[in-house]
Design a protein around this ligand. Structure first.
Ligand code: CA
Length: 767
């Protein structure tokens, strides 16, 4: 009793001069914890003071509010029974912003309730389980914490959001969303013996959307690195939810031994769970829902004694290294960072539904010639679409034994033993997964177990912070009518909100200033072809962070633009941009981009990235530069400027530069893009400008997926395609070339014949 009354007296006394005080408020809570102190702090100085005093059992509470530029070092020696806690006054109401981070160092530390947003870390991690190389955290936990868009503004500057060092640490029930600069979202580091055989547990986290990075370094979770990959990690990654984690080829990159990856859900995420290095890892009870989205993949197997069991994979559209199930070839006597042979591994009791790319001995080439050995593929249930054989076999698979698998009917299955081909129907069970109807007896022991319970999105992360739903970019806002005249679009744009549509009445619109886009906006002519926009600056639109543009039915003329070289209708901001943008041009006419030389329709800068550029039913005439100049990432790091470029039913005449100059240099294999698709379009006199250095009408360098079909190309320079790495898929067919040289396809790094599919192209000459 004495203790409590003392405490109340203290508290009242403190209240009197609270403003002067911001020191420390000490309060003992319970008799049983009479010695445990709670320090409630609201300045960085008060935090430092409290931190220097904490002992086992103590708690530091950060007062609600925004803490700017707060580099938190949380250091102390707790015990199992008396951990030291750092928490928020109210969970979710303590915002850590600006240049901030958190380092843990010591024993039995618990952090909870913080939100990192509106800023980025000045160091190499937002949350690090070490103070420095010699002072690690062990037996410690970060829980109930949010990191939301806390990305370095330089897109290709590398950092981690979470770096786990030490031993026996836990990272659970956290919400990580929107990492858009380079670097793994969460990495388990094994770089010193103090961080190996670590027994960490990473569970019940919400890994929210991570957009396409357009480079290597977009992994969501990585355990280890190739250097320490023959060391055991004993890390358990379980019951996490990966929601649209699209960064790159690897969602999870496992690079150490003896890990368990269990019970996670991968929702519409591009890439695969990759057992990249290290042996003896168990991958079980995971669920993959691809929803048919591009490049959604499953599990990629490399190395020794890996077990892949009881996983469910549905609607995965990925192929090659990004397939539903990929068993790789290795390199004989592989260096630590190349590909070790698959040996003594097991793939059993998995269910694959509409996931039609099972790749065996994948990656087989001159270097990767060590085929899988002593490996079993058994009791898997496969329902493929269109009765196609889902297996692609790249090399000798006699080292894989197939037993008791069941697959729906196929006229021709390449693998002759170990499969029963039988018709079966599937029904969705209460757990959300598909199982054979009527449970035919011979299917009971095949495929994924009925007892599996995929974790729900609502059961991971934190309850007090919203999880993002589907993204809709354009046309979800208001419709705003704009009258013709000087700068009327500029005024309307100032008022517009994200997703609004500006309806342009018939007439002329003159822009005396650049239209800066930092939101998604549509400019639509009330009557297509009746609203004409001219501009007096070197660009009409400039896309900034958050900007997206859709043009529908407008006419844009460059005739009023300055008489200087290098104008653009649209350009990105000059500095690096984190958010990927979209540009859609439909039913529009773009003319008179010829007041001076090198006038582009779209110019981009380094460090910017378009998710999607579409030109549909539009017409371009008299352009001295390029239509789409996407070649600024010229360092050959495997970086590029746009993921998808689609051109349909459009015409381009008298274009001095390339219609598309699309460049991804280097030999890195970590990205799915770039993609290029052009169909039903007409090119007349394209590429012949004397300043066009590429000497082509279209340049595609390192594009991974290309389709060019049913186009008419007349009096133009040739199309040039340069294949780099990654077995690019190039299809150029049914085009008519008139007075235009033959397509050129070159393999830059392969001694093999090029893989482009060029069929039914007609070349003719006409006067
Ligand atoms: Ca990677």
């Amino acid at each position: 009793m004495t203790i409590i009354s003392t405490h109340f007296k203290q508290k009242n006394a403190l209240r009197g001069f609270k403003s002067a005080l911001w020191g420390i408020l000490l309060c003992s809570l319970l008799f049983s914890q009479a010695m445990a102190a709670t320090y409630k702090v609201n300045t960085k100085e008060a935090y430092e003071k409290a931190r220097s005093k904490v002992v086992a059992g103590d708690t530091i509470v950060l007062k609600n509010g925004v803490w700017r530029d707060f580099e938190i070092l949380f250091e102390g020696q707790g015990t199992v029974d008396k951990p030291i806690t750092l928490t928020a006054e109210t969970k979710g109401k303590v915002i850590i912003s600006g240049l901030s981070n958190l380092r843990l160092s010591g024993e039995h530390l618990i952090v909870s309730g913080l939100v990192f947003k509106h800023g980025h870390t000045p160091t190499s991690a937002v949350i690090s389980y070490q103070k420095d190389k010699h002072n690690l955290a062990n037996n410690s936990r970060v829980t109930d914490t949010v990191i939301d868009n806390f990305s370095n503004p330089e897109r290709y500057e590398v950092d981690y959001w979470v770096a786990i060092y030490g031993k026996n640490n836990r990272f659970d029930h956290n919400h990580l969303e929107g990492k858009s600069n380079k670097g793994v979202t969460l990495a388990v580091r094994l770089n010193t013996p103090q961080s190996q055989q670590n027994n960490h547990r990473i569970d019940h986290n919400y890994f929210g959307p991570r957009s396409v990075l357009g480079s290597n370094g977009g992994e969501t979770l990585r355990v280890g690195t190739s250097h320490y990959s023959l060391t055991n990690s004993f890390t358990v990654v379980e019951n996490n939810y990966f929601d649209r984690c699209d960064g790159e080829l690897e969602i999870i990159s496992n690079k150490a031994g003896n890990n368990v990856i269990r019970g996670n859900v991968f929702y519409q995420s591009r890439g695969t769970l990759t057992l990249r290095h290290g042996n003896d890892t168990l991958v079980e009870n995971n669920v993959f829902f691809g929803n048919g989205a591009d490049h959604t993949g499953g599990i990629r197997v490399i190395n020794k004694r890996q077990t892949i069991k009881n996983n469910y994979l549905e609607g995965l559209a990925g192929y090659r290294f990004g397939g539903a199930l990929v068993i790789m070839n290795g390199v004989p006597n592989s260096k630590i960072n190349r590909y070790h042979q698959v040996e003594d591994s097991v793939v059993e009791n998995n269910t694959l539904v509409n996931s039609d790319h099972i790749q065996l001995a994948a990656g087989s080439d001159f270097e990767r010639s060590a085929v899988p050995i002593r490996t079993h593929f058994k009791r898997n249930l496969i329902q493929a679409t269109n009765n196609n054989d889902p297996f692609t076999i790249y090399d000798d698979i006699s080292g894989i034994t197939f037993d008791d698998n069941v697959i729906n009917n196929h006229s021709e299955l390449q693998i002759k033993t170990g499969f029963t081909q039988q018709a079966f129907e599937l029904t969705r069970a209460d757990n959300g997964l598909l199982y054979p109807n009527n449970n035919p007896q011979n299917l009971e022991s095949v495929g994924v177990s009925r007892s599996i319970k995929p974790i729900k999105k609502t059961d991971v992360g934190v309850s007090w912070y919203p999880k993002p739903n589907e993204f809709i970019t354009f046309d979800h806002g208001k419709r705003i009518t704009v009258k013709p005249g000087l700068d009327t679009i500029h005024q309307a744009l100032e008022q517009a909100k994200d997703g609004d549509v500006l309806i342009l009445n018939a007439g002329e619109y003159a822009m005396s200033r650049i239209l800066v886009l930092n939101k998604a906006v549509t400019l639509a002519a009330k009557v297509a072809g009746e609203a004409k926009i001219t501009f007096q600056r070197t660009a009409l639109f400039e896309i900034h962070e958050g900007g997206n543009l859709k043009l529908d039915g407008v006419v844009i003329s460059g005739a009023e633009s300055p008489d200087s070289s290098g104008n653009s209708v649209i350009r990105t901001q000059r500095k690096s941009m984190l958010s990927n943008y979209q540009l859609i041009v439909k039913n529009s006419r773009i003319v008179d981009l010829d007041i001076n030389h090198s006038f582009n329709f779209l110019s981009v800068f380094k460090g910017t990235f378009a998710d999607r550029i579409e030109i549909l039913d539009s017409h371009f005439k008299d352009v001295t530069g390029a239509i789409l100049s996407l070649s600024q990432e010229n360092d050959d790091y495997g970086i590029y400027n746009a993921e998808y470029v689609v051109i349909k039913n459009s015409s381009f005449s008298h274009v001095g530069g390339d219609l598309v100059d699309y460049y991804r240099g280097g030999t890195d294999e970590s990205t799915f893009g770039p993609h290029f698709n052009m169909s039903g379009s007409t090119l007349i006199n394209v590429g012949l400008g004397k300043r066009n250095k590429s000497k082509s009408a279209i340049t595609l360098h390192g594009v991974q997926v290309t389709t060019i079909e049913n186009n008419k190309i007349t009096n133009s320079l040739p199309l040039r395609v340069f294949h780099t790495v990654g077995e690019p898929v190039t299809k150029i067919q049914s085009n008519i070339f008139t007075n235009t040289p033959v397509i050129e396809v070159q393999e830059l790094y392969s001694d093999q014949e090029n893989t482009a599919n060029l069929a039914d192209n007609l070349y003719q000459s006409k006067k």
